[in-house]
Design a protein around this ligand. Structure first.
Ligand SMILES: [Zn+2]
Length: 165
């Protein structure tokens, strides 16, 4: 699982990067300022994701055509052959890409709204930015959207905390 694909998403496709992270894919945001940066990322085993035509001819770049994030997501899935088995929804922070860790319910008191604290059971936290995540209606909506988009089933059925296996 740790040997999975690593994406380096151009800051111009920030929303796409967030959707990749929602799926649990390793997608950090980078400034693709020039060809050297792109080539160096590829040599590190990363897959640069960009809409910049400057880089479209570079072997190893995932060049995206659409300007809509859901279409872009489908483009990436197709371009680099992401499979259902590779995704682990809600296992990463959607903001900073860090892998989420389970956190005790008591530990999030005050960090989430009272009604969330009272109703949710499983909480995860980002070790980098401290953002707290929990299963809820917002997550179910995203799952439904992603399932209808990709045709993948059971994205919400992992059931375990922090998208862990
Ligand atoms: Zn974070």
């Amino acid at each position: 699982m740790s040997g999975g694909k690593r994406f380096a998403a151009d800051i111009m496709v920030g929303r796409l990067a967030r959707w990749l992270r929602v799926l649990g894919l390793n997608a950090r945001s980078v400034v693709l300022s020039g060809r050297e940066v792109v080539e160096s990322l590829i040599s590190e085993g990363c897959i640069p994701v960009t809409r910049s035509r400057k880089f479209r001819d570079i072997d190893g770049v995932a060049f995206i055509r659409s300007d809509r994030s859901f279409e872009q997501l489908l483009e990436v899935i197709s371009l680099v052959s992401i499979t259902r088995e590779e995704v682990r929804p809600f296992s990463r922070c959607t903001l900073c890409n860090a892998r989420l860790v389970p956190v005790a319910r008591e530990a999030v008191f005050g960090a989430v709204a009272d009604y969330v604290f009272e109703t949710a059971i499983d909480f995860c936290r980002c070790p980098d930015c401290a953002r707290v995540y929990w299963p809820g209606s917002h997550r179910r909506k995203m799952i439904a959207k992603l399932e209808s988009l990709t045709g993948w089933v059971g994205l919400g059925s992992e059931g375990e905390q922090c998208g862990a296996k």
